[in-house]
Design a protein. Structure first.
Length: 304
């Protein structure tokens, strides 16, 4: 094997019979490659950070029968001159929602598409929580569309990147502590309660999702994240206490959903169907549970 320079430099390598063809992108701890073996195409995520990759592999294995997450194929350790390379083979997805948001006019996803995205993203979290996993890193860039299925080009939203996920509850319903004890207050886009020092729980995934949907609606969330810490905390608190006033005008139509999100706590089980109903009530004239399609609009491929 050739000398590995960085994890972003693995094109041409073979892992478990899969040829790494193209670097799709790289995040804070891994690089993801479009890879193939014959006609089979998968994604291979590579990292040198063993703990994160093992955590992600464990989560994806747990989610094997989940239709809202990429299918898990393998975890492999490869010895290289630069150390041990960890890879995960998983289902190949299409573009992530942050990339899609950037590609649309005004970097704002239209309301009918936005409510369908919110509905399906909520279904993703409902499914993940059903497997007793909390994702803890919910953001637009961690949702992607599936590869379009022919002949209609229908796609579904899937959630990925389980490097920070945690199996939070055992079969008896007892909470499981995270022995690694990460400090999620350092994550600027954490929920209000997490910013106040609480451990992230399923409802915090939903609060992070609400930030992601605001961002997708055209709200300048990155600018808010750059505010002084007290301003950011106050904004997150107000979004829970008085959503109708705190929501930016463009996203005020989502008030029914934000009202319901602000009622969530860690004791009462989350009523996902009710939350979906609130998404529907936010835009009554459009069907929020309708399918999404990957289509050509004005010469550009986009999500509708
Ligand atoms: N299964 C997959 N199929 C297709 N593309 C993927 C898949 N998983 C990740 N990607 C893409 O690969 C790139 C890197 O993904 P990764 O999750 O490592 O990065 P990230 O979300 O930017 O990282 P982080 O949140 O850890 O900083 C992103 O563009 C992401 O959309």
């Amino acid at each position: 094997m050739n000398r590995v320079v960085t994890i972003k430099d693995l094109v041409g390598m073979d892992i478990r019979g899969f040829h790494l063809n193209r670097l799709i992108g790289a995040g804070s701890y891994g690089a993801v490659y479009e890879s193939s073996s014959g006609s089979e195409r998968i994604a291979v995520k590579a990292s040198t950070r063993e703990s994160d990759i093992l955590n992600e592999a464990n989560a994806l294995q747990r989610l094997f029968y989940c239709q809202y997450t990429p299918k898990y194929f393998f975890h492999q350790e490869t010895t290289t001159p630069d150390g041990i390379l960890h890879t995960i083979g998983q289902e190949l997805l299409g573009p992530d929602l942050e990339t899609i948001r950037r590609s649309v006019p005004w970097q704002a996803i239209k309301r009918p598409t936005l409510v369908r995205i919110a509905w399906q993203a909520l279904s993703c979290l409902e499914a993940v929580h059903g497997f007793k996993l909390v994702h803890r890193d919910v953001k637009l860039a961690n949702f992607a569309v599936s590869l379009p299925s022919s002949p209609t080009n229908r796609v579904t939203i899937k959630i990925f990147d389980f490097g920070l996920a945690h199996h939070y509850m055992d079969d008896n319903g007892d909470l499981i502590e995270d022995s690694t004890n990460p400090d999620f207050r350092l994550m600027k886009y954490c929920s209000y309660e997490v910013a106040m020092g609480m451990d992230p729980m399923p409802k915090d995934d939903l609060h992070q999702l609400s930030f992601a949907i605001l961002y997708a609606s055209g709200y300048n969330f990155p600018k808010m994240l750059k505010s002084p810490p007290d301003v950011l905390l106050e904004w997150k608190r107000d979004l829970l206490r008085q959503p109708s006033e705190a929501l930016p005008p463009l996203a005020r139509f989502l008030t029914p959903w934000f009202d319901a999100l602000s009622d969530l706590n860690d004791i009462v089980p989350i009523n996902y169907p009710d939350l979906k109903q609130k998404i529907q009530e936010s835009l009554p004239a459009h069907n929020a549970s309708a399918d999404l399609y990957w289509e050509m609009v004005d010469g550009e491929e986009t999500l509708v």
